[in-house]
Design a protein around this ligand. Structure first.
Ligand code: BGC
Length: 320
């Protein structure tokens, strides 16, 4: 059932779909076909990157530019490796780089090096902070956190503990999105009067680390010291739920949020173990990034209907 953009998903679970945000900050100026486009993704333990972002991006590039070459690399959650992959892409003649950064701060040097060679950079999904990126394509990430927080409040009411307390396993602090998800969730929980008993920033979006964090929280709070879990994505939710199960807590009694609509997350929703997930479709996001990248690589101007907002630096930005 689809109502107000919220899809109710079996077993009381909820899947929420968002519309995509693209932000433009400038354009390229070379001409010609047969260009080289580099796509740098951050990790491969979260299913979306290899299963959706990469193939969707590659398909759109091929559709728009059959003789464009794609240089693909996955940094497997290693920021230094991503720097090397970016250097290699420049050496191999990338005309544009689309970067989903492992580390929002240190990836600034990827942008600096690319710009020094007049290679434009599209910041993909995660913003590379304090850097002169040409375009930023993403979802409204604070809204993702708000949807998680608001929906968790509904779940807490259902289990009879409307103000929690809850445990939070937020994402990797090096990922700017994690900060946005967390601020959106914190604001929603605060507005709902929900107490957060323990909050963790989970390095590398690592499910095993989330499981350890949840174990620590259960040890500190006791099995009945919390009544819901704000997990920033489905992988972290999986770790949290595993920790609850090994402590003898029935996950269906502790509504747990998620993100990405992974197969594992959806299966947990169907069995009642996970309460919700937020789905951000990869196809429009990867497709918009591919369209911008092809235009920049060829030196064509990026169509204005692709971007419609202004960045803080006063340049053009957009919502689709
Ligand atoms: C993405 C999420 C993803 C997480 C872990 C975030 O930046 O927006 O979709 O689950 O990174 O890779």
């Amino acid at each position: 059932m689809l109502r107000n953009g919220v899809k109710l998903w079996g077993a009381g679970g909820i899947l929420v779909a968002l519309t995509m945000l693209a932000v433009g900050c400038g354009g390229g100026n070379d001409n010609g076909g047969g260009k080289t486009i580099a796509l740098l993704l951050p990790e491969n333990h979260t299913p979306r990157y290899e299963a959706a972002d990469r193939p969707d991006f590659e398909a759109k590039v091929k559709e728009l530019c059959s003789d464009c070459k794609i240089l693909y690399s996955n940094a497997t959650q290693d920021a230094a490796k991503q720097q090397n992959q970016a250097d290699a892409a420049l050496t191999q003649g990338a005309d544009v780089m689309v970067v989903d950064a492992v580390d929002a701060g240190s990836a600034g040097s990827i942008v600096t090096k690319a710009k020094a060679q007049d290679v434009p950079v599209v910041s993909y999904d995660r913003l590379i902070t304090n850097s002169d990126v040409d375009y930023y394509v993403s979802y409204d990430n604070a809204r993702v956190g708000k949807l998680q927080g608001d929906t968790l409040i509904k779940g807490l009411k259902l289990v009879g503990h409307p103000t929690g307390p809850v445990v939070m396993t937020a994402g990797d602090p090096a990922d700017n999105n994690a900060k946005l998800f967390k601020s959106g969730a914190n604001a929603a929980l605060k507005a709902g009067g929900v107490k957060i008993a323990k909050s963790y920033d989970t390095p590398g979006w690592n499910a095993d680390k989330a499981q350890n964090e949840m174990q620590q929280a259960i040890t500190a709070l006791g099995n009945n010291g919390f009544y819901g879990v704000l997990a920033a994505n489905d992988d972290l939710a999986g770790g949290d739920i595993a920790a609850m199960k090994s402590a003898g807590i029935k996950p269906s009694t502790r509504p747990t949020t998620g993100q990405d609509a992974t197969v594992a997350g959806l299966q947990r929703i169907l069995t009642g173990e996970q309460y919700m997930t937020v789905y951000k479709a990869a196809k429009p996001e990867a497709g918009a990034a591919a369209e911008i990248a092809v235009d920049l690589a060829k030196g064509d101007s990026v169509p204005s209907d692709l971007t419609n907002q202004r960045s803080t630096t006063g340049r053009r930005t957009s919502r689709r």
